[in-house]
Design a binder for this molecule. Structure first.
Ligand code: GTP
Ligand code: SPV
Ligand code: MN
Length: 601
């Protein structure tokens, strides 16, 4: 069933050049959308190297990209976005289903017909004087049963160049699609970047996305949050798998034993950093491999375990704070072939940001294009400035990253950004309890989305902005998934961000998170102890490796693991508040879990 409206289009006068696919559905739809948007040209992307050079040259000529110092940063370019367009916009993001209940209480909802009409009228003639890029792409490795095909039509050359980094873009997508019609249709136009006319609309019934008025990552790289999570979560529920806002990493022991884990942290709460972790000296011989840094698609395999792929092929990561102490692998990864958006510029064609290695420059050009000095009040780089870089640049990209079968997941980790209340580390008693931990996760809002920075909100499974259907039904799907697995992953909860009374982080984080990972791996393999607590299983001091950790001993460990019952009484009220919001569809099991928690506290 489609909720599409009928479009009256004049298809007579334009000849838009030769399509590079024989898929009639793609050709027909692209031509219809071209007749609607009326671009001067259509550019059919094929993903080739020649095409990359051609598009880059055009973007440079149009001033959309600037060349960075090619000696220091080979293949790197700089992009400045419109200052009003620097993050995801949750208020402008809609799930368009027949009924409001399908979208649920945590999504903005509008009827499909209304939104098709509104957006198609904005698209009408919107590409006059511009080129429409036809971008076929894969989410997932070629040939994987989990992989999906999308086609994005856009009038942004920045989107075209970014999609070729972030997805497997080009001919491979048509290869996987053949003559089928089940591809995701994504239509994007920048219009005039007016925030009043900015809408990101999802039509799950039609596998369609319409995006207007923005040119920022998550709003316009339609394979990422729009397809891989919002539409993806709807497909996953129908087809019996999971589309999650999770990194995937592999831990390898000195003996070569590999354990894969997936972790859901909200936006700008540490996924990229954790996925690229470099173990500290104490862990000589241990390796952490990155499978993905933002999105996991997971499906039970024939052996009863949960298998995960990373549908993306690049990283769209937070720039500020990236340095050779916090994330040395990221520093290497972004030293070439990278598009930097909204960082600051140095006079020698290098980029700079708060928290970069080396000295603070005496002056630079900030992300808005203004002169900046250390005396300036504003940040030089936007807090949500981002790099886009191919994952194959990562020195620790997992060898399994292109494996169509994916990797078997032993642990799922939830973690928010919380200054208090939440201990560094604990383990759920069982799957249902783990789902409760994920469902009730709270986190401080960050610069990744417009508005509310610093406020704690509930962000179930880090999917609040990304779940494409009713959140209560989504939690029921999580509970249901257990029945499809003989050996479901163990579930854990972490918090890197707990602070002391003076506002300093209690836990050193970054590479030292390896110690947390080690306990998690050992728990999954049944070779380390724990004690039962009100929150779940917790490492006893003798179960947690503090060796060689400067300035952090048993006393600090006790502090970072403390359960304060006064704080927890308040916390449970916030769980209760979320459950009130979700009351119409919330699974009863989770209410029982809450009662159990109350009685334990
Ligand atoms: P999205 O791309 O928005 O989904 O974000 P992400 O989850 O990948 O977050 P990322 O790894 O980019 O980290 C965001 C911010 O958290 C950065 O400023 C990091 O410096 C900071 N951060 C990451 N890991 C840690 C940690 O272990 N401890 C502390 N204190 N900060 C961390
Ligand atoms: C996030 O906000 O979670 C991101 C960046 O990963 S964006 O692609 O803009 O959504
Ligand atoms: Mn993200």
């Amino acid at each position: 069933m489609t909720t599409q409206i009928e479009l009256r289009l004049d298809m007579s006068d334009k000849k838009f050049g030769q399509a590079n696919t024989s898929n009639e559905t793609v050709i027909k739809w692209a031509n219809e959308m071209a007749a609607l948007c009326q671009p001067d040209n259509i550019f059919w992307c094929d993903g080739s190297e020649g095409e990359k050079s051609e598009l880059t040259a055009q973007a440079l000529q149009q001033g959309i990209l600037t060349t960075l110092n090619q000696e220091k940063l080979p293949g790197c370019y700089y992009h400045q976005s419109n200052p009003n367009d620097v993050a995801r916009v949750e208020q402008c993001t809609f799930i368009c289903t027949e009924t409001r209940e399908e979208a649920g209480p945590t999504n903005n909802w509008a009827p499909p017909k209304e939104m098709y009409e509104k957006l198609y009228s904005l698209f009408r003639g919107s590409m006059k004087g511009r080129t429409m890029y036809v971008i076929p792409y894969l989410m997932g490795p070629l040939g994987s049963p989990l992989t999906k095909v999308g086609v994005e039509l856009t009038d942004s050359i920045y989107v075209a160049l970014s999609m070729r980094i972030m997805t497997r873009m080009g001919k491979a997508a048509y290869e996987q699609l053949r003559n089928r019609a089940d591809f995701n249709r994504g239509l994007h136009s920048m219009l005039d970047l007016n925030p009043e006319r900015r809408f990101i609309c999802h039509f799950p019934q039609d596998n369609t996305i319409l995006s207007v008025g923005s040119n920022y990552g998550g709003n316009v790289l339609l394979g990422k949050k729009c397809l891989a999570l919002r539409i993806g979560s709807c497909l996953a529920r129908k087809e019996g798998w999971m589309a999650e806002h999770m990194l995937i990493l592999g831990v390898e022991s000195p003996e070569g034993e590999k354990t894969f884990v997936a972790a859901a942290f909200p936006s700008a709460c540490g996924k990229t950093n954790f996925a690229m972790l470099v173990p500290p000296q104490r862990y000589e011989g241990w390796k952490v491999w990155t499978v993905g840094d933002d999105i996991a698609w997971m499906k039970p395999g024939p052996d009863g375990r949960l298998y995960a792929i990373n549908p993306e092929s690049g990283y769209f990561g937070v720039i500020p704070g990236t340095n050779s102490k916090s994330n040395p692998n990221a520093v290497k990864t972004i030293s070439r072939d990278t598009v930097y958006t909204n960082a600051a510029l140095l006079s020698d064609g290098d980029v700079w940001w708060e928290g970069k290695d080396g000295p603070v420059p005496s002056e630079c050009v900030d992300w808005r294009g203004n002169r900046w000095t250390p005396e300036s009040k504003e940040k030089a780089a936007h807090p949500n400035s981002r790099f886009a870089v191919p994952m194959m640049n990562n020195p620790v990209v997992a060898p399994e990253v292109n494996d169509p079968q994916g990797v078997p997941i032993s642990a799922i980790i939830f973690g928010g950004r919380r200054a208090n209340t939440i201990p560094l580390l604990f383990q759920a008693f069982n799957w249902g309890h783990g789902v409760y931990l994920g469902a009730t996760m709270g986190s401080e809002m960050t610069a990744a989305a417009v508005g509310g920075v610093g406020q704690v909100r509930r962000d179930p499974m880090a999917m609040l902005p990304f779940c494409g259907y009713n959140m209560g039904d989504y939690l029921a799907h999580w509970l249901h998934m257990q029945r499809l697995m003989k050996s479901p992953p163990q579930i854990f909860h972490v918090n890197w961000f707990r602070k002391d009374d003076s506002g300093n982080f209690l836990w050193p984080g970054f590479g030292e998170n390896m110690r947390v990972l080690k306990w998690i791996v050992d728990r999954c393999r049944g070779r380390v102890g724990a004690k039962e607590s009100a929150l779940g299983w917790m490492p006893r001091i003798e179960d947690f490796d503090l060796n060689g950790l400067q300035g952090f001993g048993p006393e600090q460990f006790e502090k970072v693991q403390a359960i304060n019952s006064e704080e927890w009484k308040k916390e449970i009220l916030l769980h209760q508040e979320l459950f009130m919001t979700l009351r119409d569809t919330l699974p009863k099991e989770l209410i029982f879990e809450k009662e159990l928690l109350v009685s334990r506290i």
